[in-house]
Design a protein around this ligand. Structure first.
Ligand code: NDP
Length: 513
């Protein structure tokens, strides 16, 4: 964007009354004077305007998200294009053509805030819908599966994608040691996607989003289905090669932020078509894998995509910090007729995402304007007080829900779901992630076949893995080759060749110094 164009960016919120004050609203005579003794003597503690400015500056950063720290966002709408009321009774789907305002935030996962946009990493794809039944967050990724299926692994896994505690560097040993540990090889499917060219999307507009998890949606009669959501880009999938991604990471680390902002600013609004896959409980019992296994997709031949609507992003935030950095997405933020399944990683996220926002933004994070359920209006006078309570705190309403006929509860309008799952068993320390069997490699092999139909994609996969794995020690490299041999022997050999070639090039360039 040129300097001239930047001046034309919409700044509709600019105030007409522009008398500068300190933070308590007292007009400032001259912002750049400091009170001191004489012209060159020490400063005075009574100079509140200076202290106000410096003290606030020290506090202007909030904890970054851990993970998903680095991201971009924009507002838009969801529009229903197809009737799915037989599957879901949520008000946002009630009629074709209905629009619901939304905010989408895209992000990388492992990088710190300020890191490069184009690194190899899954991308977060989170959307907040401001519905009349309260806010709904779809907290998704651009990959249909994930690395783990057991939530106790989560902090361990994320640590391996971040920095070595001693060197403070990214560490290929740590990365591959975790992923090739026998029980962690359930990650193979996701690792294949991550190291395909889809691991470096060209921009946020040209990638899909997936729920990954299984959810449970029900209709107004109380019938329910397992559901997975696919959000497919209308711009077409576009990716970078490893060389392009690396070059851009150095020359323009904010490449995807810039791309999204400028596209929307110029009226080139990105859109996505939303689909669902549905499955009955009976179908789930016949799967060769668990319906709650986040490392598996539902084959589309058996569970076809059904179109629901579209998401269009047509409004840039006016203030990044207020509207994107402070946006709080959590899968526990949901509406009637859309609930979580028993997927254990999703169950853990129900706790940990909202908890992260309580830590990052405070217990009243739902009062920050971007998080306010303004389309439904929050009313629960027992949820009150606490730091940064700025919404009037329910005035003189009682602090408890009394036996008072003026309250309305929606329970009486909703049918009880029939034929619910029945859970039964002792409370045991169950360890799901034991060494993967062949079933955990089947979908990775299917993906390899899908890549085989696209020119150059199998080769790029081997190239991208080989370049990365070269940074690991020989023993871990061998574990990587063995793991990929379970997908395809040719793939394993191709990875090894790339790693050895890179190693040889590095040795010869080092020997020149
Ligand atoms: P299908 O042939 O019915 O579907 C293949 C899927 O792969 C499509 O969703 C396609 O969607 C997607 N795809 C195409 N190219 C790539 C690529 N380079 N990287 C990742 N995904 C790609 O087969 P199945 O449903 O039986 O799935 C076969 C394999 O496809 C799976 O093992 C999985 O790895 C992958 N896949 C499956 C998905 C699913 O929900 N079933 C979703 C995404 C991937 P599109 O080109 O629009 O992305």
């Amino acid at each position: 964007m040129s300097g001239q164009e930047k001046n034309e960016v919409n700044r509709s919120d600019v105030r007409e009354d522009r008398v500068v004050t300190n933070s308590t609203g007292n007009p400032i005579n001259e912002p750049f004077v400091t009170q001191r003794i004489g012209k060159h003597g020490p400063l005075l503690l009574q100079d509140y305007n200076l202290i106000d400015s410096l003290a606030h500056f020290n506090r202007e950063n909030i904890p970054q998200r851990n993970p998903h720290a680095h991201g971009s966002g924009a507002f838009g709408y969801f529009e229903v294009t197809d009737d799915i009321t037989d599957i879901c009774g949520s008000a946002m789907f009630s009629k074709i053509g209905k629009r619901t305002k939304c905010l989408t935030r895209f992000s990388t996962v492992g990088g710190d805030k300020g890191s490069a946009d184009t690194v190899r990493d899954p991308r977060g794809f989170a959307t907040k819908f401001y519905t009349e039944e309260g806010n709904l967050d779809w907290v998704y990724n651009n990959t249909p599966v994930f690395f783990i299926r057991d939530p106790s692994k989560f902090p361990h896994f994320i640590h391996t994608q971040k920095r070595n505690p001693q060197t403070n560097l990214r560490d290929a040993d740590m990365f591959w040691d975790f992923l090739t540990t026998p029980e962690n090889q359930v990650a193979i499917h996701q690792v294949m996607i991550l190291f395909s060219d889809r691991g470096t999307p060209a921009n946020y507009r040209s990638m899909h989003g997936y729920s990954g998890h299984t959810y449970k949606w029900s209709n107004k009669k109380g019938n329910w289905h397992y559901v997975q959501v696919h959000i497919k880009t209308d711009q077409g999938v576009k990716n970078l090669t490893i060389e392009e991604a690396t070059e851009i990471a150095g020359s323009n680390p904010d490449y995807c932020q810039q791309d999204l902002f400028e596209a929307i600013q110029s009226g080139n609004y990105p859109s996505w078509t939303v689909y669902i896959q549905t499955m009955t409980e009976r179908d789930a019992k016949n799967l060769p894998f668990s319906v709650f296994d986040l490392t598996k997709v539902w084959p589309q031949g058996q569970f076809p995509l059904r179109r629901v609507g579209k998401i269009v992003l047509n409004e840039n935030p006016l203030n990044f910090f207020a509207q994107v950095e402070q946006a709080a997405f959590a899968p526990s933020t949901t509406v009637p007729y859309q609930e979580a399944s028993a997927d254990p990683v999703l169950q853990a996220r129900l706790f940990s995402y909202a908890d992260a926002h309580r830590y990052r933004l405070g217990p009243n994070f739902h009062q920050i304007p971007v998080n306010c359920p303004y389309a439904s209006k929050f009313f629960n006078p027992a949820i009150r007080d606490g730091p940064m309570n700025v919404n009037g705190n329910f005035g003189s309403e009682p602090t408890y829900l009394a036996n008072d006929k003026s309250y309305t509860y929606i329970q009486q309008d909703r049918p009880i779901q029939q034929h619910q799952e029945v859970w039964n068993g002792p409370a045991i320390p169950y360890h799901w992630a034991t060494s993967p069997g062949d079933v955990d490699f089947v979908q990775a092999r299917n993906l390899y076949r899908v890549l085989g139909k696209q020119p150059g994609q199998q080769k790029n996969l081997a190239h991208n893995i080989g370049i990365h794995v070269e940074g690991a020690c020989p023993e871990i490299q061998q574990r990587v080759y063995d793991m990929f041999a379970r997908v395809d022997k040719g793939l394993s050999e191709a990875i090894k060749k790339v790693a050895e070639a890179k190693h040889a090039t590095e040795l010869s360039s080092n020997s020149k110094f």
